[in-house]
Write a protein that binds this ligand. Structure first.
Ligand code: FRU
Length: 347
């Protein structure tokens, strides 16, 4: 019944490419292990304790499958789980609706899942249902976005404050190199209640301190959505005739702003568009950097493969995982875009 406290080996976490989708490499375990869940026995309706012949039902609760990065996460989970016939993963798509996501997790609990993987749409509204699962003894892996408090087993994701800071430093350098004084930035933010939006915004503000000429002149939510970012960026550009840099919290919003700037007859060649996600797909951020639309993006690994690796550790090997696993990121510019594509199996 008592979970072991043996930490995971690096080998168990080694980087592997799965069907051309982003996986993290060399994750950093940041904190001491804690129990998988209070009194977790990993024994469930789907067969329980992890011996030979046992099967495990995993519920994967996705915030919004409509976004390419989230589809990549799901694909990566499915691909990693495919080599574990003892695992069955059921997916639910909350379509960016907190209440729907709560109901879907409740439904998973009814189904008797052995483990929950969840990428919460927004932190606060999902906190109680995640705590409920965890308190029932079901291990909970948070992917990418966080909830409030500490009632979950582990979190896997990249360092969003650091990514924001690197984006800010890049913008500060670009402004300097291009002698923009002042250097006017508009910001397209992710969904307000989702943890990466705050972290990426705060990190960026740290990063631009390197150059006092940089000013954030406008900041609006576009909720991570490309379509919404089209109209929001149009309005921002209309209100601000001089914009040097667009900082978007993800690549789809950065691409939207690039289109809006073109439609507004701005000289996009003289502007910097900054994004985050760096999917290695034909319509992803790395190719956009190669094509010169985005000036820079940042690889944001989905953690899908790692979630399955840890699910196996928890359910089958009965090992207690680390509390947080930080996946590595890479800043992508024209100089390394080809190398990044090659590394992540893109084209
Ligand atoms: C997709 C997404 C990604 C972003 C992540 C942050 O929903 O917006 O583009 O990097 O979520 O949680």
């Amino acid at each position: 019944m008592t979970p072991q406290t043996r930490p995971l080996t690096a080998a168990a976490l080694s980087f592997s490419l799965t069907v051309g989708l982003l996986a993290g490499c060399g994750p950093r375990e940041t904190t001491q292990p804690t129990p998988a869940s209070p009194g977790a026995s990993t024994s469930t309706a789907s067969g329980g304790g992890g011996g030979a012949g046992k099967t495990f039902l995993i519920g994967m609760s996705q915030a919004n499958k409509g976004e390419p990065w989230r589809q990549a996460m799901n694909d990566q989970i499915a691909a990693a789980a495919a080599s574990h016939p003892e695992l069955k993963v059921v997916f639910a798509d909350a379509a960016q609706d907190n209440a729907k996501q709560v109901a879907q997790v409740e439904n998973f609990l009814q189904q008797g899942i052995s483990l929950l993987i969840i990428s919460p749409n927004e932190a606060a509204p999902l906190t109680d249902v995640v705590a409920k699962a965890y308190s029932k003894g079901i291990p909970v892996i948070l992917l990418d976005r966080k909830v409030k408090g500490d009632k979950y087993t582990m979190w896997i994701g990249a360092d969003n404050p650091k990514i924001g800071q690197e984006a800010g430093k890049f913008a500060a350098d670009w402004c300097k190199r291009n002698a923009r004084t002042p250097c006017r930035v508009i910001e397209l933010r992710g969904l307000e209640g989702s943890s990466p939006a705050k972290d990426r915004g705060d990190g960026f503000r740290e990063g631009i301190k390197a150059n006092p000429a940089v000013q954030i002149i406008a900041s609006q939510n576009a909720d991570w959505l490309r379509e919404k970012a089209v109209s929001v960026s149009q309005a921002m550009l209309q209100a601000n005739p001089n914009v040097d840099v667009v900082y978007a919290h993800n690549d789809p919003m950065a691409e939207a702003a690039f289109i809006s700037a073109g439609s507004a007859h701005r000289d996009t060649g003289k502007m910097l568009f900054v994004g985050i996600d760096g999917l290695p797909t034909p319509d992803g951020g790395v190719v956009s950097v190669k094509a010169g639309r985005l000036g820079v993006t940042h690889v944001y690994p989905t953690g899908g493969k790692e979630a399955i690796d840890y699910a196996v550790q928890i359910l089958e090997k009965k090992q207690t995982p680390p509390r947080a696993v930080v996946l590595p990121t890479v800043q992508v510019t024209k100089a390394n875009a080809d190398a990044v594509l090659k590394k992540y199996g893109g084209k």
